[in-house]
Design a protein around this ligand. Structure first.
Ligand code: URA
Length: 188
């Protein structure tokens, strides 16, 4: 019998994988957090700090994400945090459609392992993975049914608020709405 797939196994396999050209210029960054998390946050791609440390959301956007989680009494250890693309694109450029597609199996495996009740796409790249016709501007802060027992709750990317002060309040408001939704649905 083969060993069951765990997050550690996934991490190991990602290290050996060469299915995305970005592996030549960056380090692999799988998600991390509670393997039994009910809530999964999905960003775009690792940045410089994430590439250096091999961990998601540990730079400036990650610090803001930690703060936002705190506003609804959640800690990183309570949730699972990952990205669509598993490597830093050079100079932090947007990931290409090919890179997003190539990395997709890793995200699907993470979702299959964690089995979250709520998926929080952070920004348009992650939202586009689930809903090709929704825009983040219209869909943010509102639950969007994905399937029985799994809801997406899109939120702006925290890095966007670092460059655009107007988005900061929208992120606080969206996290408040997320906290309310989790409470109403008795998800924690
Ligand atoms: N931005 C992302 O989308 N992901 C990270 O891990 C860090 C910054």
């Amino acid at each position: 019998m083969t060993d069951p797939i765990t997050l550690d196994v996934l991490k190991e396999k990602l290290r050996e994988w060469k299915g995305c050209e970005l592996h030549k210029t960056a380090n692999p960054v799988l998600g991390e957090g509670n393997p039994k998390a009910k809530v999964m946050f999905i960003g775009e791609a690792p940045g410089q700090k994430e590439d250096e440390l091999g961990r998601p959301f540990v730079g400036a956007a990650g610090q803001f994400l930690d703060e936002l989680l705190g506003t609804i009494a959640l800690k990183r250890e309570d949730v699972y945090i990952t990205n669509v693309v598993k490597y830093r694109p050079p100079q932090n450029r947007d990931p290409t459609p090919e890179e997003k597609e190539q990395c997709m199996p890793w995200l699907m495996l993470e979702i299959a392992l964690i089995k979250p009740r709520v998926i929080v796409p952070l920004g348009r790249h992650a939202l586009g993975h689930f809903f090709t016709k929704l825009s983040i501007t219209n869909a943010h802060g509102k639950p969007q049914k994905l399937m029985d027992n799994v809801t997406a709750f899109p939120i702006f990317h925290p890095a966007a608020a670092l460059h655009n002060g107007n988005l900061r309040q929208a992120l606080y408001d969206d996290f408040m709405a997320l906290g309310k939704y989790l409470k109403e649905e008795k998800i924690s």
